[in-house]
Ligand binder design. Structure first.
Ligand SMILES: O=C(O)CCC(=O)C(=O)O
Length: 302
């Protein structure tokens, strides 16, 4: 299974050396860590799907310049296999040994017009700062040579934490103080970046109006405090996985998962394109319903 997901060269890298890089520099980067066929299947399963309206399925959420599939674990077996893979789990285990769990995961797409400030991730979903360590992995699902992930090397907020009561910094502050320390991670699809949550990072704003960046985000915290709600599809578990207590604990079985997924999907978030599509669909449905009613009425009268 692992060699279907990851390429041989990535699997051969010792987890200790991955974590050494994260500990020393704040990040580890490997271009094309996942096999192309596998990445393509994830894209096919999760990209370009409709948001849900009066349906029993799990669906993505649209915002003005992003698309989030937080329940992707239910919708793509390949995505599920990646998040529950031995490699991902063993990298986290190498870093934390115990008391670590999946805090959040999502497939997401980012477009021109999205703005993300420089920030660190020592904050929970309610915006409250905390001191737990965490590891984040970002995997590119298409070639990313615009709007790539960036991290400020040496900006470990943990060292600096008492000086700050917020987890973000202004762009001009970064320009003045950290310009030479910015690492940019351009890479082809299947590339992986693994980084420490205490480092300042962001997605660089996209320049090309037609480019859509497709990625996976997963966060593992060294704490069993609340995580985002996790929906699963039982038939994606093989026997080895559902008997693996360590894996089930990693997923949060038997523990609280009280944070809502990010972002909260509301009608207000919908981009105009989706609102127009929805309006057309609803108008058409109303017209069809009225015509049907009239026909039934006429039939009953005769
Ligand atoms: O998408 C990226 O490059 C960064 C994502 C990130 O920092 C976040 O979601 O907190």
């Amino acid at each position: 299974m692992e060699d279907i997901i990851f390429n041989k060269k990535f699997l051969e890298i010792d987890n200790v050396s991955i974590i050494d890089n994260v500990n020393k520099n704040g990040f580890f980067f490997f271009e094309g860590a996942l096999n192309q066929k596998f990445v393509q299947k994830i894209e096919e399963d999760l990209s370009n799907k409709d948001f849900g309206l009066n349906v029993n399925t799990t669906n993505p959420v649209y915002t003005k310049a992003q698309y989030f599939f937080s329940n992707a674990m239910t919708a793509s077996k390949e995505y599920f296999n990646l998040i529950t893979s031995k490699k991902i789990f063993s990298i986290a285990k190498t870093k934390y040994n115990k008391d670590f769990r999946l805090k959040a995961q999502r497939y997401y797409e980012t477009k021109y017009g999205n703005y993300m400030p420089w920030h660190a991730d020592n904050v929970d979903n309610n915006g409250v700062l905390h001191k737990n360590d965490g590891l984040i992995m970002i995997i590119y699902i298409n070639d990313v040579f615009d709007g790539e992930f960036q991290l400020i090397e040496g900006s470990n907020l943990k060292i600096d934490e008492n000086k700050r009561d917020v987890n973000y910094i202004a762009d001009n502050y970064v320009e003045e103080n950290y310009k030479d320390n910015i690492k940019s991670f351009k890479g082809k699809s299947g590339s992986i970046i693994i980084y420490d949550t205490w480092h300042f990072h962001r997605a660089k704003p996209i320049k090309d109006k037609n480019f859509v960046r497709k990625s996976i985000f997963l966060q593992i915290d060294n704490s069993d405090r609340n995580a985002e709600k996790l929906l699963l599809t039982p038939d994606f578990f093989n026997e080895e996985k559902f008997k693996n207590i360590e894996l089930l604990k990693f997923l949060g079985f038997g523990n609280v998962s009280d944070f809502a997924s990010i972002p909260a999907g509301t009608i207000k978030n919908l981009p105009n394109k989706q609102i127009i599509k929805l309006t057309k669909l609803l108008s058409l449905t109303i017209i069809k319903n009225i015509i049907k009613r009239i026909l039934i009425y006429l039939k009953l009268r005769n």
